[in-house]
Ligand binder design. Structure first.
Ligand code: PGA
Length: 262
């Protein structure tokens, strides 16, 4: 059985760009993709701006009919109610967000998020028809102590335990030591772990789920290394931090098919 998984190029802006900067940036991305006649039918592009930018991004995307998806970088596990400072999936859904990042390593380490909480946040997103991009990955210490795949597999298993049957999710494998370090995993290393993740989710949720679920690699992705990652059978896209803040670089990454020579 072979399913065609549409490649997904996702830009995680982290805490960068206020709403005015976001408007200028998204406009430039729109022009740039237009100029290069980017094939959005075959490569999906999604950006993850800060919460305060989402309304502006929505307005621009709608007005200019940009075929760029957008999502949030976090979501509450709760529905609307007395949770000061939190943002409910219901609000994101009203803003047209199609995706939300859950379990990014910066949230795991700076906010102490557990796999159980990440699972609950992902489930809250799913209830509103929003696809969670569930991040997993090992630290340098984990890598040393247990090898690359052990921790990501354990994280995927624990997060999936909180989700309903046959959910629509994306999994992002992001080795923590590769994030923002300029030191990406090799394509072979990334394939090994993404392949193991696909095997694990197939074991847990069946073949159709394993086949349809997109698995991304993240960690120091740039235009020079994207093609190698995208050639791997179990890597369906990338989650990009630093390089997603530069119009030209992000556009070049989205054009990865041009650099692939098989
Ligand atoms: P980076 O970040 O591309 O800057 O390494 C990736 C991420 O944190 O999602």
């Amino acid at each position: 059985m072979t399913t065609v998984r549409k490649p997904l190029i996702a830009g995680n802006w982290k805490m960068n760009f206020d709403h005015l900067q976001a408007l200028a940036f998204v406009q430039k991305i729109g022009w740039s993709l237009n100029d290069i006649k980017h094939d959005l039918e075959n490569v999906e592009i999604v950006i993850f701006p800060p919460f305060t930018d989402l309304r502006s991004v929505q307005t621009l995307v709608d007005a200019d009919k940009l075929r760029i998806g957008y999502g949030a970088q976090d979501v509450s596990q709760h529905g609307p109610g007395a949770y000061t400072g939190e943002i409910a999936a219901e609000f994101l859904q009203k803003l047209g967000a199609q995706y939300v990042i859950t379990g990014h390593s910066e949230r795991r380490s700076y906010h102490g998020e557990s796999d159980e909480l990440i699972g609950k946040k992902s489930a809250a997103a799913l209830r509103q028809g929003i696809t969670p991009v569930i991040c997993v990955g090992e630290t340098a210490e984990d890598l040393e102590a247990h090898g690359a795949a052990a921790v990501p597999l354990q994280q995927v298993t624990a997060v999936l335990a909180e989700l309903p049957e046959n959910p629509e999710v994306v999994i992002a494998y992001e080795p923590v030591w590769a994030i923002g370090s300029g030191k990406a995993a090799t394509a072979a290393q990334a394939q090994e772990v993404c392949g193991a993740i696909r095997q694990k989710i197939t074991e847990l949720r069946g073949e159709a789920f394993g086949e349809k679920t997109r698995i991304l690699y993240g960690g120091s992705v740039k235009s020079e290394n994207i093609a190698e990652f995208m050639k791997q059978p179990d890597i369906d896209g990338a989650l990009i931090g630093g390089a997603s803040l530069k119009v030209e670089e992000f556009t070049k990454i989205a054009q990865f098919q041009k650099h692939i020579t098989v």
